[in-house]
Design a protein around this ligand. Structure first.
Ligand code: SF4
Length: 374
């Protein structure tokens, strides 16, 4: 196991899971942290020395849930395996700020319950296909060297040919490879952004170089990878920034190494700027553009600017030969049509399209697009 990262100074474990494999792994990985077992109903105290707490507990609700998308935009049909909550990195735009009010990291140690539920769902009809991921309420891999969560899941999923697992991260952690997962059923995925955004807004994340080097290692091991530009931000100099990162991708990967790639414009709850101000953070320039309130109640860049950015990115990707597998996260048919000349429905529905791309090298030929509008 690699050295435990992050500023975790307290490991609090609920008594109910104190003997679990995960709790024991976390205790071994955090020898410097204060360690305690919480009695039923006892709250986790503040972490000492201004650090973070990792709370290892049992999850009582459902583990598999649909992504919290909205019916107003095209959703990709991803299902979340709920492994924990919150993230030790600190991106100014992170939606988790809206979900969680404090910095406590949570990991769910009752993996037996999780596997029982997942086994029932995935095993009921083996012809039903699933595309699932763990990177929605947490970064998929940020705590992996501590919890070993993903390695447990990968071991369990070896028995399910009908499930593809996407691991989305901004770290360069590859310790999950120790589980020897099936390369055709696991999609390691990285979120990318313009170098200016990574440097100024993504505290604690791995460098772009490190993320892409990790992606290349996975490709060498037989995996395909996914890449996500979310949020695409509108800031002075965005064209040069996004051109640079797109070019950088193809210094590390070939188009065929990428199962699919998403673009999602910056969107946030209207209160996010106020929250950042309350933390004493300067408002990032990308939050000062021309925004409108979307049908989902979130602020988003006005449509002509979103389309302009997406066309630019699609054109740059096409110059490198990446002409299939691009999709938009939470966008309308109008935006799809204006950028790619077709809608998700034309692809047979986004969910089915991505499932196909996830399972089949090369994806479906009908999914390709060729000439983005200038
Ligand atoms: S890495 Fe992802 S989950 Fe973590 S703070 Fe950044 S946006 Fe949020």
């Amino acid at each position: 196991m690699t050295a435990a990262p992050w500023d975790i100074t307290l490991l609090a474990v609920d008594a109910a899971v104190a003997g679990s494999a995960m709790a024991l792994r976390a205790a071994a990985a955090l020898p410097e942290a204060k360690q305690m077992v919480l009695a039923p109903g006892e709250a986790s105290p503040e972490a000492p020395e201004g650090g973070r707490a990792l709370h290892v507990k049992a999850h009582k609700g459902r583990f598999l849930r649909p992504c919290p998308a909205t019916r107003h935009y095209r959703c990709c049909g991803y299902q979340i395996v709920h492994i924990g909550e919150n993230c030790p990195m600190d991106c100014s735009y992170c939606i988790l700020r809206a979900y969680f009010r404090d910095r406590t990291l949570t990991a769910f140690a009752n993996t037996g319950d999780m596997f029982e539920e997942l086994g029932r769902t995935f095993g009921r009809d083996r012809s039903r296909l699933f595309r699932v991921g763990t990177g929605q309420f947490a970064d998929s891999l940020a705590l992996e060297p501590i919890t070993g969560h993903t390695r447990e899941i990968l071991g369990f999923l070896k028995g399910f040919d009908n499930v593809v697992l996407e691991l989305k991260s901004k770290t360069a952690d590859l310790s999950w490879l120790e589980a020897d997962p099936r390369p055709d059923r696991v999609l390691p995925a990285w979120s990318l952004n313009a170098p200016e955004i990574v440097a100024g807004q993504e505290r604690g994340t791995a460098s772009l170089e490190a993320r892409l080097a990790a992606a290349r290692t996975c490709v060498a091991a037989g995996f395909r990878v996914c890449l996500h530009f979310d949020p695409v931000c509108f800031f002075p100099g965005w064209e040069a920034g996004y051109a640079a990162v797109v070019d950088m991708i193809f210094d590390h990967l070939r188009p065929a190494d990428i199962a699919y790639m998403s673009l999602g414009s910056f969107r946030c709850l209207p209160e996010l700027p106020g929250r950042l101000a309350a933390e004493g953070r300067e408002l990032p320039l990308y939050m000062l553009g021309e925004f409108t309130l979307g049908a989902d109640g979130k602020k988003r860049l006005v449509r002509p600017l979103r389309v302009r950015q997406f066309r630019f990115m699609a054109g740059r990707l096409a110059r490198h030969g990446f002409t299939r597998g691009l999709y938009f996260c939470m966008e309308s048919d109008e935006v799809w049509r204006e950028v790619l000349g077709r809608t998700a429905r034309d692809l047979g529905g986004l969910s089915a399209h991505l499932l196909d791309a996830a399972r089949n090298r090369g994806g479906a030929p009908s999914c390709s697009w060729t000439t983005p509008k200038p």
